[in-house]
Design a protein around this ligand. Structure first.
Ligand SMILES: [Zn+2]
Length: 288
């Protein structure tokens, strides 16, 4: 189980903090999806970023998409919300090549798209062009430009060549109209930020990691502490809907040419098999 905390700091509670520790989650997800350890760094950082970004929303779900046409990882997509946390690399060079590439070289220039979807289906989408290959820098820029909230974003996934040794993330966000002394206190934490990965590797409990980053001067109050896990929201019903959306003619072609269909969920590596009878039943559903 991965750990999450939400906290408030500053006299006016003007500083919001969300943090997570997720070594086992990232390890299990990358093993399940068959990604090499090198890829788990880009993938894991973006997955944890999407999780914490969703936690900063009051409700709904958030999706984070990377599209880097000339990079080794061309497309990756992440979705987080109360009932889902999933991510997948949708288009990339051969994983065997990526295994011998450093994480910094995998992403490149391109576009990052953040879509916020409220519980009643309203969507707000924001697109930014990627200036660096550093996911934390790009997400910090997103908060500054799209939401006008200066934010410190720390994302860390490390491996020792054999396994993941640490994974975690923190977002510290300054709400509008901060007191001058809060800005000063927040600036004082900057030299400590580079210790984040090391603190995670020492396996300190998450609140102690946050305390070590914020320092003694910036007291904070934890308002939520919970466990979370990777959770793909695919199911046979949704896959059937996707098949129905192909239309009658195309389904009949599949029956004629292949006699069956197997659909794969890239987010959890599940396979859904539909035999001839299943496909015929779907066709007759369209005919109704
Ligand atoms: Zn799935």
């Amino acid at each position: 189980m991965a750990k999450f905390i939400r906290a408030l700091a500053g006299e006016q509670h003007n500083i919001r903090i969300v943090a997570c520790e997720a070594k086992d989650l990232i390890e299990n997800a990358t093993i399940k999806l068959g990604y090499p350890l090198t890829v788990s760094q880009c993938y894991g950082r973006a997955l944890l970023a999407s999780f914490l970004m969703a936690k900063l929303q009051k409700e709904g779900r958030l999706s984070l998409d990377y599209h880097c046409p000339d990079a080794m990882i061309e497309r990756m997509s992440f979705v987080a919300g109360s009932d889902v946390l999933k991510g997948a690399i949708l288009k990339a060079d051969d994983m065997q090549i990526l295994e011998y590439t450093s994480a910094d070289e995998m992403l490149g220039s391109g576009q990052m798209t953040v879509v916020l979807e409220s519980d009643n289906g309203e969507q707000f989408s924001s697109q930014s062009s990627l200036q660096t290959a550093d996911i934390a820098t790009e997400i910090s820029a997103y908060f500054q430009i799209s939401e006008q909230k200066p934010s410190v974003v720390l994302l860390s996934v490390h491996h020792d060549g054999r396994e993941i040794v640490s994974a975690g993330a923190v977002i510290i966000q300054l709400l509008p109209n901060p007191a001058e002394e809060e800005i000063v206190k927040l600036e004082a934490i900057i030299p400590r930020l580079k210790r984040f990965s090391q603190l995670l590797e020492e396996r300190l409990p998450l609140p102690e990691v946050v305390t070590a980053i914020l320092g003694e001067d910036l007291a904070y109050k934890i308002i939520e502490e919970s466990d979370f896990n990777y959770h793909c929201d695919c199911n046979r019903d949704k896959i059937e809907q996707a098949l129905l959306a192909l239309g009658r003619a195309e389904l009949e072609d599949i029956v004629k040419e292949q006699g069956e269909a197997e659909l794969h969920c890239h987010f959890c590596n599940s396979f859904y098999h539909f035999n001839r009878d299943d496909l015929r039943a779907l066709i007759s559903e369209i005919e109704k």
